[in-house]
Design a protein around this ligand. Structure first.
Ligand code: HAM
Length: 421
């Protein structure tokens, strides 16, 4: 039997990892700009954490979690998302006592047993951000601006933002009651799943993919008419604060998202190039969640970007800046041993450099340098050795010069400073 990766679990190979490294580096830079700190949590948690946060009657908990019973009989789950884990850590370590506001990001794999297709995997990766401690609509606006800033820095274009308000515990119940009444009148038109959802978690009927259910939901009452004045003001202010963005913002009263913890603002960023799975990022406010998990009563808002989907949308770049700055080409054994010393000197100064030890022609080594996208080749042949020089070839400009060997290291120190600037 040939060995293969598990269905829905994907290798990310050299050639792609450069793009991923770029994504991670860019995310870290942008998070620094917005004063976020990184938090890393385990990929396994007690199953109960996800049930209590995402909700018992959600697709993720009902159908998609990878759970296992460990040797001590505990039910554990591979995390299907990051928010619950971040909050568990936040509460467990009493981070709230350290300062009033917490801006936390994390990057890593998540697991959901969904049907794999383009942009949908069973192990996928998220760039996740949580802003804890502010109920202000400015915090919502900052998070929406942050997610769009980050996607823009990754090179994503032609995005759309959908936004909604799911209300609060004051106004949600009257909406739920109206929705249930509407659904009960049409129960026979609904799929068996929705007939059940209607009873246990009516909001989830908006997520159903069955065409007939979607037709029913298109006419269903929406939350906006039921929002209390405080929720309405909050929502109006958030939209005002993002009204100068350079992309279309669509209020979508049916955007309920697939997780139960949201209150007030929810949003999703989608892109046309993705096909059926068009959400590249999603998030929202979850003002009651921290308290319901046993923590302090703190409001919060967050989002997550799907990295596989972002990678699909990122423009391909010839060079992600991960190749060597210089490819050393010694010709002959004496040159090789001399060039090895130069290579070590470059590495000591953290200058990206590469050299190969097999006896190959100048032409084939230059081809390799080109393949690795090195901007410079440094060629050391017998003539150069005699003159105590080395030939530097600028592979982009196709120019070359011989420089004295003692200047070699300074030459590349200078170039590497320029390439980092
Ligand atoms: P979510 O909408 O479930 O939200 O996931 C966020 C993003 O992760 C999606 O927009 C999508 O790009 C990506 N994603 C989700 N499932 C898959 C999959 N099976 N394969 C590939 N990509 C996927 C959350 O997870 C919330 N925790 C976001 C959040 C943070 N809300 C508040 N704070």
């Amino acid at each position: 039997m040939t060995l293969q990766a598990v269905k829905g679990f994907k290798d990310i190979l050299p050639g792609e990892t450069e793009k991923w490294a770029f994504m991670e580096k860019t995310a870290r830079q942008v998070f620094r700009t917005y004063a976020f700190s990184e938090i890393r949590t385990p990929i396994v948690e007690k199953t109960d954490l996800f049930i209590r946060s995402i909700g018992t009657f959600t697709d993720i908990v009902e159908k998609e979690m990878y759970t296992l019973t460990d040797r001590s009989g505990d039910s554990l789950a591979l995390r299907p998302e990051a928010t619950a884990s971040v909050l568990r850590a936040f509460i467990e370590h009493g981070l709230a006592a350290r300062q009033p506001i917490h801006k936390l990001y994390s990057i890593g794999p998540m697991f959901r047993h969904e049907r794999p297709q383009k942009g949908r995997l069973r192990q996928f990766h998220q760039i996740n951000a949580e802003y804890i401690g502010s109920a202000s609509p400015y915090a919502d606006a900052e998070m929406i601006r942050l997610v769009l800033h980050l996607l823009d820095r990754l090179g994503l274009r032609d995005l759309r933002l959908r936004i909604n308000s799911l209300g609060c515990p004051l106004c949600r119940p009257s909406f739920s009651a109206a929705l249930v009444e509407y659904l009960e009148d049409r129960a026979l038109l609904l799929c068996p799943d929705c007939q059940r959802r209607m009873k246990v978690n009516p909001l989830r009927t908006f997520d159903c993919k069955v065409e007939r259910c979607q037709e029913v939901m298109a006419e269903a009452p929406t939350i906006l008419a039921y929002n209390c004045p405080l929720c309405r003001n909050h929502y109006d202010r958030v939209r005002e604060l993002v009204s100068d963005l350079s992309l279309p913002v669509y209020p979508d009263p049916r955007l309920v998202r697939g997780l139960d913890y949201y209150t007030r603002t929810t949003f999703e960023v989608s892109a046309e190039g993705l096909g059926a799975q068009d959400a590249v990022a999603g998030g929202g406010r979850y003002d009651g969640l921290i308290r319901s998990l046993g923590g302090p009563d703190l409001p919060a808002i967050g989002f997550a970007i799907g990295m596989e989907r972002a990678a699909l949308l990122m423009p391909d770049q010839e060079d992600w800046g991960t190749g060597p700055l210089v490819f050393l080409i010694p010709l002959g054994e004496e040159a090789r041993s001399r060039a090895f010393g130069l290579l070590n000197a470059l590495h000591k100064k953290d200058i990206p450099a590469h050299m190969e030890y097999e006896e190959k022609s100048l032409k084939s080594q230059l081809k390799r340098a080109d393949k690795m996208k090195a901007p410079y080749a440094a060629i050391l042949g017998s003539e150069e050795l005699r003159e105590d020089r080395i030939l530097i070839r600028d592979l982009n400009r196709q120019e070359q010069e011989r420089i004295p060997l003692p200047r070699f290291l300074d030459f590349f120190l200078e170039k590497s400073k320029k390439s980092k600037a």
